[in-house]
Design a protein around this ligand. Structure first.
Ligand SMILES: O=c1ccn([C@H]2C[C@H](O)[C@@H](CO)O2)c(=O)[nH]1
Ligand SMILES: [Zn+2]
Length: 141
């Protein structure tokens, strides 16, 4: 869904923009910011944290999830995600899988640098996956 964002959505997107300023991205130059809202209402921000050993890079979304869980919150309402590129930044497969662990019904707000907003559900971006709520169900019979 694309279009106008409500005030609460804009507020979360602004928090992601603030977090983006703290990105550590000397290798890709691609700075990403995330803001994850828990059901408590509290917001956990994240940025990408790159490394000279490239594969050790942590995406903004997973930074936010790790902060939240380590502070005692495990259920989430929405995630806002912003980047530097022309279009929207979509979460990578690894981050979708990690978010699905805690928030299968998460709402994902994407905003580009011009301020356009698009909304997706996590299930739209990752319709089927290995997770707590289905790992004992689908044995094929
Ligand atoms: O959803 C995304 C996509 C990319 N990145 C980061 C990883 C890497 O540091 C840089 C370039 O891929 O952007 C994120 O943090 N989140
Ligand atoms: Zn990722």
């Amino acid at each position: 869904m694309q279009g106008e964002a409500g005030t609460e959505q804009l507020w979360l997107i602004n928090m992601a923009r603030k977090a983006q300023e703290r990105a550590y991205a000397p290798y890709s130059g691609f700075r990403v910011g995330a803001a994850l809202q828990g059901i408590s209402g509290k917001v956990y921000t994240g940025c990408n944290v790159e490394n000279a050993s490239y594969g050790l890079t942590i995406c903004a979304e997973r930074t936010a999830v790790a902060k939240a869980v380590s502070e005692g919150e495990q259920q989430f309402k929405a995630l806002a995600l912003v980047g530097d590129g022309q279009g929207f930044v979509f979460p990578c497969g690894a981050c979708l899988q990690v978010m699905a662990e805690f928030a299968p019904d998460l709402v994902i707000l994407l905003s580009d640098r011009k301020g356009h907003v698009a909304t997706f559900s996590l299930k739209e971006l990752l319709p089927h996956t290995f997770a707590l709520d289905n790992r004992e169900e689908s044995n094929g019979d």
